[in-house]
Ligand binder design. Structure first.
Ligand code: HEM
Length: 372
């Protein structure tokens, strides 16, 4: 019985095994997206959906992650990496946007740095004013090149132009302040230093606004854009008219020579213009008019000397009283310190802004002098 039954049993189990194999085969083929029952049927290319596992983070989870990342990241960005199935959100630091308060800190640090017993007449102010002026006075209105934006005097050849001799003292003096506030452009720093120096040395309040961008050496201006001290009215006019100034503005600007001095190892000229070279007043105009000036007898370049032989005037200064049109404004400023301050405040601001492209809504600011 058992013997007879065995073949039948084997056949039955063989049939069952064959059927199971067929089913497994059908499933395996289905996973490769080609399921076919008979050879005459066209292959079905649609993958059985149940066979494909859903990607991690798909559907609602992925949507939630992306929205959360966008909210947390703010202005950042994200991308979906299919390689490791994650949403990658790089941390994009928000750019530092300095405010008035930040510039005020820079102003105050410049103001605090000016006094020095070891330097010249006791203040870095005059040489910082000259730095701001020489950075700005390269402006050429016709080509709209030069000016304080770019701060190209950091580079040769502009740093080596004869007119800029000695200004490394001013640039070097400001380096620690730039290191402390590395976000400020050199053009903004140098002009703000000019403003701080005028105000801290007793001058008028000067409006100032930020917006200068540093450029590289390729933006250096050609030599010859700044005035020579040994020349007269024609030269002075041609230099300042090129920047866009008129006679009144020229005379008001040069009143800054109430401050500081000439150095034989820089320009070759020698001595201060006034008896109080660290205090801005209209003394330059008064002395120009009232002193008896004579040529100094010395081996240096031709310059004028006062009756006490302690003050000096450049030929370019003296042309302001020799030229009748200039002299009108020398008289005006010699008679009124208020008039000089009012006009100097406007024209010095104009000088520092020549050629600068400010943001349309950038307001001008004033900073209170620390000694006010
Ligand atoms: C015709 C125009 C000008 C000429 C020829 C001229 C020339 C000079 C010269 C030769 C020096 C001496 C540099 C040295 O040896 O250290 C000097 C110094 C100075 N200039 Fe002028 N300058 C002119 C206009 C201006 C203007 C427009 C300003 C400012 C608004 C200015 C501000 C100064 C100051 C503050 C100093 C003293 C710098 C110090 O003490 O180190 N100058 N200038």
């Amino acid at each position: 019985m058992s013997f007879v039954a065995r073949p039948a049993l084997r056949a039955a189990s063989r049939a069952a095994a064959l059927s199971a194999t067929r089913s497994r085969l059908a499933l395996a083929v289905g996973r490769t997206a080609v399921a076919r029952s008979y050879s005459t049927e066209a292959p079905k290319t649609e993958a059985p959906k149940a066979e494909v596992p859903p990607p991690k983070g798909s559907g609602n989870t992925l949507l939630f992650t992306v929205i959360a990342a966008a909210l947390v990241g703010g202005g950042g960005y994200y991308y979906y990496s299919s390689a490791n199935d994650t949403v990658v959100v790089p941390v994009v630091p928000k750019p530092f946007v300095p405010t008035y308060e930040d510039y005020k800190k820079v102003y105050d640090d410049i103001a605090a740095s000016l006094e020095s017993d070891d330097y010249d007449d006791g203040s870095y102010g005059p040489v910082l004013i000259r730095l701001a002026w020489h950075a700005s006075g390269t402006y050429d209105a016709a080509s709209n090149t030069g000016g304080s934006s770019g701060a190209t005097m950091r580079f040769a050849p502009e740093a080596l132009h004869g007119a800029n001799a000695g200004l490394e003292k001013a640039r070097d003096h400001l380096e620690p302040i730039h290191a402390k506030y590395p976000w400020i452009s050199y053009g903004d720093l140098w002009t703000l230093a000019g403003v701080a120096s005028v105000q801290e040395l007793g001058g008028p309040t000067i409006k100032w606004r930020p917006g200068r961008h540093d450029e590289d050496a390729s933006a250096c201006t050609p030599d010859g854009r700044l005035p020579d001290g040994d020349k007269g009215a024609d030269h002075v006019r041609s230099i300042f008219y090129r920047m866009g100034f008129n006679d009144q503005e020229i005379v008001a600007l040069i009143g800054a020579h109430a401050l500081g001095r000439c150095h034989t190892d820089r320009s070759g000229f020698d001595g201060p213009w006034t008896f109080a070279p660290t205090y801005l007043t209209n003394d330059f105009y008064k002395l120009l008019k009232e002193e008896k000036w004579h040529w100094r007898k010395w081996k240096g370049p031709a310059q004028y000397q006062d009756s006490t032989n302690s003050l000096m005037m450049l030929p370019a200064d003296m042309c302001l009283v020799k030229d009748k049109k200039f002299k009108v404004f020398v008289d005006k400023y010699a008679n009124s310190n208020d008039d000089f301050f009012a006009d100097f405040s406007k024209v010095f601001c104009k000088l520092l802004e020549l050629g600068v492209e400010f943001k349309p809504n950038q307001e001008s600011w004033t900073f209170t002098a620390t000694n006010a």
